[in-house]
Design a protein around this ligand. Structure first.
Ligand code: ADP
Length: 533
């Protein structure tokens, strides 16, 4: 039969399954792989985002670097100019003092300083982009760089000859023109650096603006894509799981028709297949149980009818008693009324007794009818002591036939039980008749004792003891098996049916041997507090 409720356990169409279910049918398990791909994609996205951020920061850094380089260049040209000016001032002073040794040493040292700074400046020029370069700067620098050492050489020659006048003249003309060249070098570089600074500033501004846009946009995009991937990964798992959860709840409620739709070939599909297999098994078991219950009910009815057939004779005797009494009372009543002076008071008393007798007879008849009736399991709150009293009335005659006395030990204020009265009577009748039958052939005094008391957890505990043949230890396990009987005309169904009735009421039924003679059958039923809803 196609299941009514189909819940989806995976994402595609449902393939047909056959029983028995093969747990190793699916070899390709893909949830782990799917999750790994999702996490790898999220990690790649994050790396991509980081790369974009690094690239943007690199652009801002490049602008800052350009700033630094222009600063370095303008500092280097300033140093070259300062070297030339210092050269002129220091050597002019020494020429005036006509100190030949000091002049030679200072001139060499100042030349070296100048050459070092000129080389540094030239190096800073090579870092600048060719497009931004003013070609005259390099030419002018090379001219000054070549001219100053040759001036030193010439002046040292003049100093050697003591021609201080020619030295001073050279300092005032050639060296002074070098100062002018280095000064215009400074101007050229300043102009160029100023232009470059403006360009660097603009580029830094642009990079900063782009950074403030690109970074948040990239972050939001990555977040959205990672969320989408995460959502897809969790949904692919959580949806089938939710269906499986709903299916499991349906099973727990007893709705075994529920199946989940199985598709794909991952672990969840595997789980869905196992779930459907379990649901199918439970469905089949439930149907088998229902069929068994029906068979038991039919057997119970037959069993009860058979027992009742045997009881009919003794019950007829019991019914005859109140009817005979009613007849006697009716005659008495007629006698009182047909006197010359009718005694209406005596007649009324006799008539009341007739009513009582007939009520007793009616009670017996209705109890018999109730036992024969094929009830559908109407449950109600029942006082078990009342059922015990009813059953004793029904079976007393049967017991009397074999000189068996029936004794009760019923506790007061017992919890009521929610039960099917007719089924409960059936259990009592089976157990009491078994007890009577076990004592039938005994020559010793026989006694059937029925006890009711409060058991553990507020349950009700009923025991039916006899002083009969008792139970053989090897029979203990067999007693409750269907068709086990030691009687020539027995059905072997009384005890299994009784146990199934008690268990369907949430109780337990078991047997034990007595310390003295005979056997005791006990059963429990949930009391008012823990009873069935
Ligand atoms: P039946 O009474 O038709 O045999 P039951 O299922 O009621 O079927 O009982 C099965 C068997 O259990 C009986 O045949 C009997 O051997 C044993 N038995 C049941 N009750 C008693 C008892 N009170 N004392 C001794 N034996 C019992």
């Amino acid at each position: 039969m196609a299941p009514d409720n189909v819940l989806s356990a995976a994402n595609a169409e449902s393939p047909a399954r056959t029983t028995p279910y093969n747990y190793h049918r699916y070899a390709r398990l893909t949830i782990g792989a799917r999750l790994a791909v999702c996490f790898a994609a999220i990690a790649l996205l994050m790396i991509g985002g980081d790369a974009i951020a690094v690239w943007q920061f690199g652009r801002v850094e490049a602008s800052a670097q350009r700033f630094y380089e222009t600063d370095q260049r303008s500092l280097a040209v300033m140093r070259v100019h300062l070297d030339v000016v210092t050269f002129r001032e220091t050597l002019s002073g020494l020429a005036r003092a006509q100190d030949g040794r000091e002049f030679a040493s200072q001139a060499a040292s100042l030349r070296d300083d100048f050459l070092k700074d000129a080389a540094r400046f030239q190096a800073s020029l090579s870092l600048a982009r060719d497009a931004d370069q003013d070609p005259t700067i390099l030419t002018r620098l090379q001219t000054v760089r070549a001219a100053l050492p040759s001036q030193v050489d010439l002046m040292l020659e003049l100093v050697k000859t003591g021609d201080w006048e020619a030295v001073q003249l050279r300092l005032g003309n050639q060296v002074e023109s070098l100062v002018g060249s280095s000064s215009s070098l400074v101007e050229n570089v300043d102009r160029e650096v100023a232009e470059e600074r403006v360009a660097a500033l603009e580029s830094a501004d642009r990079a900063r603006r782009e950074l403030s846009l690109v970074l948040p946009v990239t972050a939001v995009l990555i977040l959205l894509m990672a969320t989408a991937l995460g959502w897809y990964a969790t949904r692919a798992i959580s949806r089938p799981l939710a269906h499986l959860g709903a299916g499991a709840q349906a099973l727990a409620r007893g709705d075994f028709e529920c199946e989940v739709e199985v598709s794909g070939s991952d672990e969840l599909a595997e789980l869905g297949g196992a779930f459907n297999y379990a649901a199918r098994q439970l469905r089949e078991r439930k149907r088998a149980e229902e069929a068994l219950r029906q068979a038991q009910a039919d057997l119970a009815y037959i069993n009860r009818a058979t027992t009742m057939g045997e009881l009919t004779a003794s019950l007829a005797h019991e019914i005859r008693q109140p009817i005979t009494a009613a007849l006697t009372n009716a005659r008495t009543c007629v006698r009182w009324l047909s006197r010359d002076q009718p005694d209406s008071e005596e007649a009324r008393v006799a008539a009341s007794r007739i009513v009582e007798d007939l009520r007793r007879a009616e009670g017996i008849i209705s109890r018999i009818r109730l036992l024969f009736k094929r009830g559908n399991g109407q449950r109600e709150w029942i006082d078990v002591n009342e059922v015990i009293r009813e059953m004793i009335v029904l079976l007393r005659n049967e017991a009397n036939q074999y000189s068996i006395s029936i004794r009760t030990q019923t506790a007061e204020n017992l919890p009521r039980v929610m039960a099917d009265r007719v089924q409960l009577q059936q259990v009592f009748m089976n157990l009491m008749l078994n007890g009577i039958e076990a004592m039938k052939s005994m020559s010793t005094p026989a006694e059937l004792t029925i006890r009711s008391q409060r058991g553990d957890n507020g349950d009700l505990l009923v025991s039916i003891s006899d002083t009969g043949v008792g139970l053989l230890p090897e029979q203990a396990d067999q007693l409750f098996e269907a068709f086990f009987t030691t009687k020539p005309d027995g059905t072997g169904m009384g005890l299994p049916i009784s146990r199934s009735i008690i268990e369907s009421h949430g109780g337990r039924l078991w047997a034990g041997t007595n310390a003295g003679r005979g056997a005791t059958f006990h059963f429990t039923l949930p009391g008012e507090a823990g009873g069935p809803e």
